[in-house]
Write a protein that binds this ligand. Structure first.
Ligand SMILES: C[S@@+](CC[C@H](N)C(=O)[O-])C[C@H]1O[C@@H](n2cnc3c(N)ncnc32)[C@H](O)[C@@H]1O
Length: 264
């Protein structure tokens, strides 16, 4: 039996009131992930674990022919609702698991999987499947939260200090550096690279944003004048690009490994 909640929706995930740091992180993660697909009119793109479909819809808006694959009927139902009132060509929605993608080898020019690998019970098989359904010179783009980010390290360090030295409780009930209960894997850059390299020739690993989730950071960002907050998050993003190991989100791009030995 698979351990996944097929009735899942995003009501517990999408923040209702966005602070400048959250807004920046989600926008930039989405932009970089979608840009790395090199989506263009006529290209076929697969969005694995497409959730409520916002990325599939955005890629279709760039002229690509998009398929969103998602096991949860509830998520796909929401995606169809979101797509219903949008102009232009919309994605096709397919019900499917990441580790058994219902497509022939080389069907897509690019494959993306954003914010979902840590929900998979067989992530390495999922990457192998993405590599299989992507054409030889195509690209697979994986975006995932980094649980060894600067923010996670600082949060953990402060809690250790409070508990071990001062004998106090943790700063927050849900510690940002612990993977949530619906995650199978606690990703950090070395792990995603190691898993990806089994099926992909890794072309780039980028860091997005830095400091998100640090104790008190969001509150502080919401309080200071907006232009100052914008400068702060952009500056930290530059640090994230420089040191992906400390960034909040990792975006990895790779080519299917079989392309090393073939010329197509
Ligand atoms: C946090 S959501 C991310 C959705 C979307 N990619 C986004 O960026 O908003 C994680 C998604 O993974 C899906 N999922 C969980 N296990 C899966 C699996 N084994 N194969 C494919 N999708 C899965 C869930 O149904 C959910 O829609």
């Amino acid at each position: 039996m698979r351990v996944v909640d097929l009735d899942r929706d995003m009501s517990d995930v999408i923040p209702t009131g966005l602070t400048p740091d959250s807004e920046f992180l989600f926008d930039r993660m989405t932009k970089v992930t979608l840009d790395r697909t090199l989506a263009a009119p006529g290209q076929w793109i697969l969005d694995v674990a497409s959730g409520v479909g916002q990325d599939s819809i955005a890629l279709a808006g760039r002229g690509a022919r998009v398929v969103g694959a998602e096991p949860s009927g509830r998520m796909t139902g929401m995606a169809q609702l979101f797509a219903a009132d949008k102009p232009g060509p919309m994605p096709d929605w397919v019900r499917g698991w990441s580790d058994r993608l219902p497509f022939a080898e080389g069907s897509f020019d690019a494959c993306i999987c954003k914010g979902a690998m840590d929900h998979f019970d067989a992530p390495e098989v999922a990457i192998a499947e993405m590599a299989r359904v992507t054409r030889t010179r195509g690209r697979v783009v994986l975006a995932i939260a980094n649980f060894e980010s600067l923010a996670c390290r600082v949060g953990r360090g402060l809690d250790d200090l409070r508990q071990d030295v001062l004998g106090l409780g943790p700063l927050r009930e849900r510690r940002g550096y612990d993977a949530p209960s619906d995650h199978f894997t606690r990703y950090e850059p070395d792990l995603i690279r190691e898993q990806a390299e089994k099926s992909l020739v890794v072309e780039s690993v980028e860091g997005i944003s830095m400091g998100w989730g640090m104790p008190g950071w969001s509150k502080w960002m919401a309080r200071i004048p907006r232009p100052l907050a914008d400068v702060a998050v952009r500056t930290l993003d530059q640090f994230g690009r420089q040191w992906p190991g400390l960034s909040d989100v990792i975006v990895l791009v790779g080519r299917p490994r079989r392309s090393e030995s073939t010329s197509a």
